[in-house]
Design a protein around this ligand. Structure first.
Ligand SMILES: Nc1ncnc2c1ncn2[C@@H]1O[C@H](COP(=O)(O)OP(=O)(O)OP(=O)(O)O)[C@@H](O)[C@H]1O
Ligand SMILES: [Mg+2]
Length: 247
């Protein structure tokens, strides 16, 4: 008998509203085991709104969001951040994610607080992450506020990884970064997916970079999903251009 493995993330018919304003409607998307999935689309299309609804920051007006932890399917719509962390979901929002008055090490400790009650485990985990993020290792005693933009972004991602997630949700990790750093961050995300086995849903303005690391992509138009496909299909098709030009 063939058994069907549920997607790691399953979003069905999601609607996000701000009062009377419908930011996104009829959103259905999946992330399967092993995948990097990109959510793309022009400014104001509703990408962050959809991601915030999945992250639990905004309560969906309709639809469902579920997460499969390998054994059970959990309904996660509107769940608090610490419960998300317990299930194995790391949230990396776009802005203001590091704790500026804490040094790098303390920021990472906070990332592990939810799960790792054992100090030895916290340090074991931190050591592993410092190997992944050598820049942070050099700056472990530096205040997060004094890190460069690229370093802060790396710290935010590393902090999310402290809790050993199965799924990572990221909003525009490339925002405001120089091309060199951007390349590094994307290479890092790919390794986190391929080598550490973390499935990824990423919202990105940098379409080319996102399609380079993603297996599949969904492209939004204002308020809804326009089309989706493998990254190659999306990159080659004319519809991508149309979506961004609004034609
Ligand atoms: N808190 C809010 N209250 C009211 N309207 C909002 C709120 N947040 C977003 N919106 C509106 O919802 C729509 C979608 O915004 P959203 O931030 O989801 O787009 P986006 O695709 O992430 O855009 P960008 O690429 O510029 O980040 C916009 O028209 C925006 O003005
Ligand atoms: Mg956005």
């Amino acid at each position: 008998m063939k058994t069907v493995v549920p997607p790691v993330l399953n979003v069905e018919n999601l609607e996000v509203r701000y009062g009377a304003v419908v930011a996104a409607t009829g959103i259905s998307l999946t992330v399967h085991r092993g995948e990097v999935v990109a959510l793309l689309g022009p400014n104001g299309a509703g990408k962050t709104s959809v991601l915030h609804a999945i992250m639990g920051f905004v309560k969906p007006a309709a639809g469902s969001v579920s997460f499969f932890d390998g054994r059970y399917v959990h309904d996660i719509a509107g769940l608090e951040a610490h419960r998300m962390a317990h299930l194995g979901i790391a949230i990396v929002p776009s802005a203001q994610v590091v704790l500026p008055r804490m040094v790098v090490e303390e920021n990472l400790e906070v990332g592990g607080l939810f799960l790792l009650h054992d100090r030895t485990e916290v340090h074991r985990r931190m050591t592993a992450l410092f190997e992944r993020f050598p820049v942070l290792a050099q700056r472990r005693k530096q205040y997060a506020a004094t890190l460069s933009g690229g370093e802060q972004r790396q710290l935010a991602i590393a902090r999310g990884l402290m809790a050993k997630p199965k799924l990572m949700l990221l909003d525009e990790p490339s925002l405001g970064l120089a091309p060199m750093i951007l390349k590094e961050i994307f290479a890092l995300l790919r390794r986190i997916n391929r080598e550490d086995g973390v499935d990824i849903l990423i919202v990105e303005q940098n379409v080319n970079k996102a399609l380079e690391i993603a297996d599949r992509a969904y492209v939004m138009r204002i308020g809804g999903i326009d089309f989706s496909g493998t990254s190659a299909e999306v990159a080659e098709g004319e519809r991508l251009k149309d979506a961004y030009l609004g034609t």
